[in-house]
Design a protein around this ligand. Sequence first.
Ligand code: SAM
Length: 260
Amino acid sequence: MSKHIPRKRFGQNFLQDAGVIAGIVHAVNPQTDDVVIEIGPGLAAITRPLLQRLKHLHVVEIDRDIISRLEAEFPPEKLTIHAGDALAFDFASVSDQPLKIVGNLPYNISTPLLFHLASYGQRVTDMHFMLQKEVIERMVAEPSTADYGRLTVMLQYRFEMETILHVPPGAFWPPPKVDSAVVRMIPMPGRCGVASDEALLEKLVTQAFSQRRKTLRNNLKGMAEVADLEALGIDPGLRPENLPVEDFVRLANHLAARRA
Ligand code: SAM
């Protein structure tokens, strides 16, 4: 088969480093009957060793040329290929069993993809992703830091996350311009409280971070009054980055109760 020419528009940086590949598979720790979904298998760097351990694997891939290669290499009883955009893919449709999701994600769509995946928190046992290092720093950020934002709050509300590998550009072909890392995400429902209306929590967090430099009092105009914040002991003069996840959840629940 001819050599595949990496497509920039699909964020194609293929893993080459055997140690990094082994490290990811070790972290995922797949057991024979697990239901595993890999996002963006590409030239199968992670797919192959996963399939050595699994009876069957699901992959979601957008690139038609890559799909043809995968079809030529793996029989359908080993590999189910879901052709299409992972951003629009219904991960829950794959199985009623708990899912493990893994991928060296296309960096150009990683933030919207993480928001999409967050909604499957109830269905997964764990997720492992290779991402741009800076994105993982935002995911695991502490309040009152520059990295703490909407992505942090919406993911920390649902998952416990840790960086498990640091990966330099030379581990890929072609090498990306950025450093990468692998993050493990484990669902921990209730770790920061339970939102009675998750859509409202999402709306609140989006509006709170609409202008990072402004105060909660300003950003939340029309949604939460100063009195709402003060009733919960939250200083309206704080910036959104100062508010811990638990307080976003408390505020969303307060607003939901007030509406009811
Ligand atoms: N897993 C391979 C590896 O580690 O070498 C390839 C990783 S490469 C960074 C990203 C992969 O995601 C590519 O195969 C690319 O075609 C695929 N991809 C890009 N955008 C996608 C999308 N929206 N939905 C599904 N797959 C996508």
